[in-house]
Design a protein around this ligand. Sequence first.
Ligand code: ADP
Length: 695
Amino acid sequence: MSQPIDTARFTKVLVANRGEIACRVMRTARHMGLATVAVYSDADANARHVREADEAIRIGPAAARESYLNVAAVLDAAKRSGAGAVHPGYGFLSENAEFVEACAKAGIVFIGPPASAIAAMGDKSAAKARMANAGVPLVPGYHGDDQTDDLLKREADAIGYPVLLKASAGGGGKGMRVVEAPDQFQAALDGCRRESRAAFNDDRMLIEKYLTQPRHVEVQVFCDAHGNGVYLFERDCSVQRRHQKVLEEAPAPGMTAELRREMGEAAVRAAQEIGYVGAGTVEFLLDADGRFYFMEMNTRLQVEHPVTEMITGQDLVEWQLRVAMGEPLPLAQNELTLTGHSFEARLYAEDPEHDFLPATGTLERFDLDLLGAGLNADKVRLDSGVDSGDTVSMHYDPMLAKLIVHGDDRAQALATLNRALAALDVQGVVTNRGFLQRLASHPAFQAAELDTRFIEHHHDELFAAKQYRNDDYAAAALVALEQLGREQDSRAPREDASWHRSPWNRHDGFRLNAPHRIRVALCPPGEASDDETSDSIVTVDAQRDGVDAPWRLILGDTPLEGRLARLSGDAVAITLEGYRKRVQARLERTAQGHDIVMTDAQGETRLTWRRLDAVDHGHHEAESTLTAPMHGTVVALLVEPGTPVEKGMPLMVMEAMKMEHTLSAPADGHVESFHFAAGDTVGQGDVLLEFNVKQ
Ligand code: ADP
């Protein structure tokens, strides 16, 4: 059934996409010895995919419609660069038949299926008719041409309620409604038609039996231009919010070998029915009784393809490139094997607590500390479109990266996922990381009790406000004390009356003797207030007899003994009453002040803190020091020692995480001496300069 397509060897490939998928495709292309060309909008001029490409071409302003969705501009870029092939990634132009045809006309290989196969799956009703033809099971329902109200109602009654009304031309959940009972049918039909006309300029409807607890199980298929087709097993993508996948895994839990083969073969039949070539995904609903039904086919590479790569040991982008060059499929069905279990978690710049509102900002840090978390680099993969210092704009999909893990079995892979999520250091932009941790550690998810309404069913636990325990406050206090200790001798923060001051631009420190007694206040994020008596604030008194002695903490009335030992990177060991735990701990700047963030496989604990006690300096020394707020490089010294400066005047510039930070005069006075020169590397807490305050 395969149609002849233009195939040719090519040596340069243009990736018509951005973000993690563009980086991921280029990585494989590079390994295969191909030159890579990126395209970029004005918002992405310095984006990671541009930085990683051999060549990059501007295709227009930030708006996707004028850049990444602009067929003419992308095609021009391909011609200008001399790329022999275009990889569309997912989204944007990946399922645009017009673009595929335009590539063919220009003699450029489109790395994907022929336009006719994309068109065949574009209309849900027409696709269902063809799938029925190919013997692929469909959800009981109606997808005929007769669209009179009466007939649709009779069909719905015959199917039995609840039913699902879907727009034939639909996508993205638009024009789709559940109808619970016959008397609601007409109103729902009118609503769906209106929505569908508005979104797709088409109001044809289809009706399906509404399955109440289905799982979303999809099969990865691959076909070449020589008539071969295989399936690379299945993925379970049941955990969705608003029909958007959040956590995916392969294989699907509870599959029997027989069901896997049946679904796989049905998926290959579906692909071959429409003359498919390349990577595709056939989505099924799997009912609680083990029956499965065709839902739709995605005629492209999916976001979640890496879980399939993990369990099969294959590189699907390499397969795509080879097939596009006209080669046969690298492996036959009986050569494909399934090993272990894999999960993917999608990290979005969004706020789960506020209805998943997309977030923007500058990523101050974006790192995965594998070593610190004791993770094996072969088992954890981070597919990312961003780096520390990058800006997250509001122009595109808010997905930042995907964390993919592999384990010998589901439990092991899930434990690794939790560990890796904890080790991910993402600062500066709100993300769904904590939500992913709550999902991945939820008992029902651990027990693989999956269905497409998982998040809805477990909403209360997934969104419950975190309950803080004494141990959380004590651990956070130890992190705060360690931070203060690092500043000791060089600088210590004076009592800071405001929660709103950031440690980065605090420069009013005075030397003090070793702190014997310190008080810090901690409270859940967002509850910071200058009222010390507020119920949400816990104060911790800390004392110790020497640097090697344990801290004696008093939380309210509870005494506790604790220690903190730094391991590597952000990893620390916190011992409370002889109970030692390893966590990732770091300080994060927030709008409210600064937070202590501790993550372990159980999730994230975040507490806002400040030092409470007015330090008894004894005497305020006239000299103060400025310390490096973080590890970095000195960029420039801006004043001569001895020259009088006014409070707030810039004294020196340092760079860290690709951002410059200016250190300013803490008061009127002059710089006594600088301890570093431009170009020097400095560690966090290092004394940078001595400052003489004007008396
Ligand atoms: P769209 O193309 O608009 O995304 P789909 O047909 O792919 O719509 O369906 C999206 C989601 O809706 C599926 O992943 C599944 O969770 C749910 N769904 C679709 N059809 C049914 C059905 N017949 N019964 C129950 N849930 C369904």
